[in-house]
Design a protein around this ligand. Structure first.
Ligand SMILES: [Zn+2]
Ligand SMILES: [Zn+2]
Length: 259
């Protein structure tokens, strides 16, 4: 039975990896800007060095394979071995509720694992690699060590044991997380009005502050855990508003054309 599932696992991994790579390169290319002169840069005047840009791309290509593999193992265990909660019958309501539940579950998983990775014991060995990109660029999203992925991205392996969710809905959630993560590292506030504080939705500024100030802003989707646990940076709300306002200024719009 296990050996019979091997080709299916390989095929699923290859398909998910191809999707993740395609989104990484298309979104990364669209949102890549390392121009320190951009007026709407969250960290004006700063750029990531060329060797570090290359390092981030190379590491992301490796790292995305491990994410695709974990996602696919979870999928095969669910679809071939019935391990996990059975998804609710398909309806608009069940898709919306399971997607939201998965977002909350992943946000919780990532927040606490991320805090663990910032502990003295684990930081240097596992998570430091990701923090060497300062300022981050869109390519930095998946620049993580394999062990880092085992902590933060293993949610995708375990998701069916946590949320009753259809495989396609879970895949859409992963692709949303991937897309928002890449844009979230772009160094320019693209969040828009939906992130206006005290909105629970994370902005680009939220994760940019994590790279800058280190021990704050740990969650991937929402500001809720950071607010509840007192880990939201004290300047977060004011800076998000300021960066969103800056994006709307005519001078910024013009400067984007030559960025
Ligand atoms: Zn971190
Ligand atoms: Zn990051």
């Amino acid at each position: 039975m296990i050996f019979e599932a091997a080709p299916y696992l390989l095929g699923t991994t290859a398909a998910v990896y191809a999707l993740l790579l395609a989104i990484y390169f298309v979104t990364g290319w669209l949102y890549y800007s390392n121009n320190p002169a951009r007026a709407d840069k969250i960290q004006p005047g700063r750029a990531l060095s060329a060797p570090k840009v290359r390092r981030d791309i190379m590491q992301s290509v490796r790292s995305l394979f491990s994410i695709a593999l974990m996602f696919s193992i979870g999928h095969v265990l669910y679809s071939r071995f019935h391990i996990g909660f059975t998804a609710w019958p398909t309806s608009v309501g069940s898709v919306a509720v399971s997607f939201l539940l998965s977002m909350v579950a992943y946000d919780t998983w990532f927040y606490w694992m991320h805090r663990l990775l910032h502990s003295k014991l684990l930081y240097r060995r596992i998570h430091r690699w990701h923090h060497l990109s300062l300022p981050s660029v869109a390519w930095s999203n998946n620049s993580d060590t394999l062990l880092d992925n085992l902590f933060l991205q293993s949610y995708w392996l375990a998701a069916h044991l946590i949320v009753p969710i259809a495989p396609t809905v879970l895949l859409v959630h992963k692709l949303y997380d991937h897309l928002s993560g890449i844009i979230g590292h772009s160094g320019v506030e693209h969040g828009g009005g939906v992130c206006w504080p005290p909105s629970p939705m994370n902005s680009v500024t939220h994760h940019d502050q994590h790279h800058r100030f280190f021990n704050c802003n740990y969650a991937p989707h929402f500001t809720i855990w950071d607010r509840l646990m007192g880990t939201l940076h004290k300047s977060h709300d004011a800076e998000v508003k300021e960066n969103l306002r800056r994006r709307r200024l005519p001078a910024v719009q013009e400067s984007r054309t030559d960025a």
